[in-house]
Design a protein around this ligand. Structure first.
Ligand code: PBG
Length: 327
């Protein structure tokens, strides 16, 4: 066993090129997915207050922004929609002429090379703000499945490359897989929000998407933050139902869950660096309390180091830009 003074760990740290050579984890824009919010209208670009740098955008401006992301090498975009009207069944979510479906068609027309992912959930479209259909004050799992399946099919008909069910209904991946297969879309993959926790870190997103539950909370369907073993069972069940990619969400307070999932499963693993995680960095950064750029890079590196292959993050564009400056 070599030890000090023969062993000197600092040898590998003295020179920048040696540090670079021995770096174990690297970030690349190709593995980022940029979540975006699309709204009706023309020329609309409304800032989302708790998420500086993020906007609710109409389809025309969205397509431009997606073009920028493509030029920066960002791996994909994930679309969330703000409907013209909300109703108890979230009808615009599975309307072939819905806002997300329209946005997908526009992006595929204007930026054909960009990977377009759609979020499959009802919460942005329901007036009660829950992720499924309400029956007697309770979210009805099985009645929701058919609507999620319709949502995914209309999104894929519009041109979506990959669908990402986030409602946390049991059987949602299976229902969507079967519906896509029935329509001949056997080749379209599914990214399951497999281990999605009931998290206060989604707060800013709910402002962005106008999807705060009007009564109760999401604890009857999203996971208890205290549970890690249960996350493994959730991932296992998404895989059994046919998920091609699995996800842990949020990311930063759940790095242990990402790590466990990486050790246990060979499927591509995504981690969602959610809105509240973004807002905290932006808030402290704008006060000058932290070095925003370095903190952002350190956090995303930690998600990758924990084992994620894919990072969904609102930082995608800015980080892609920073990474481009280095090379
Ligand atoms: C929809 C959905 C949510 C997020 C992604 N998809 C909100 C929620 O479950 O309340 C949160 C994303 C974020 O906070 O960045 N169900």
């Amino acid at each position: 066993m070599v030890s000090y003074p023969d062993l000197r760990m600092r040898r590998l740290r003295d020179l920048a090129p040696i540090r670079s050579l021995t770096r174990e984890t690297r970030l690349s824009p190709a593995e980022f997915i940029y979540p975006m919010f699309v709204t009706h209208g023309n020329g609309v670009k409304d800032p989302i207050e708790p998420m500086p740098g993020c906007y609710q955008m109409s389809v025309d401006l969205l397509a431009e922004e997606v073009g920028e992301a493509a030029e920066l090498g960002v791996g994909g975009v994930l679309l969330f929609g703000l409907p013209a009207e909300k109703d108890p069944l979230g009808s615009e979510g599975y309307d072939p002429e819905g806002i997300v479906q329209e946005a997908v068609r526009a992006i595929k027309r204007d930026v054909p090379g960009m990977l377009v992912i759609t979020d499959v959930c009802l919460c942005e479209y329901t007036d009660h703000g829950h992720c499924g259909v309400i029956d007697n004050g309770h979210v009805d799992n099985d009645a929701t499945l058919e609507l999620l399946a319709r949502t995914a099919v209309t999104q894929v008909q519009a041109g979506a490359d990959l669908v990402a069910p986030s409602a946390m209904m049991d059987g949602q991946v299976k229902a969507i897989r079967e519906a896509l297969n029935d329509q001949g879309y056997t080749g379209v993959p599914i990214m399951g929000y497999a281990a999605k926790y009931s998290s206060a870190f989604y707060g800013p997103f709910r402002v962005a998407a106008g999807s705060t539950p009007q009564f109760g909370d999401r604890r009857s369907y999203q996971m208890d933050p205290a549970n890690a073993r249960m996350a493994m069972r959730e991932i296992e069940s998404d895989i059994a139902e046919g998920a091609d990619i699995v996800m842990v969400k949020p990311a930063l307070a759940y790095l242990d869950v990402i790590h466990r999932a990486r050790e246990r499963f060979d499927h591509p693993l995504a981690a969602y660096n959610v809105s509240g995680e973004y807002s905290m960095v932006k808030a402290a950064g704008s006060q000058g309390w932290i070095d925003e750029k370095q903190v952002t890079l350190e956090l995303l590196t930690s998600i990758k180091r924990a084992g994620a292959d894919i990072i969904l993050t609102y930082h995608a564009k800015e980080v892609a830009r920073w990474l481009g400056e280095h090379s």
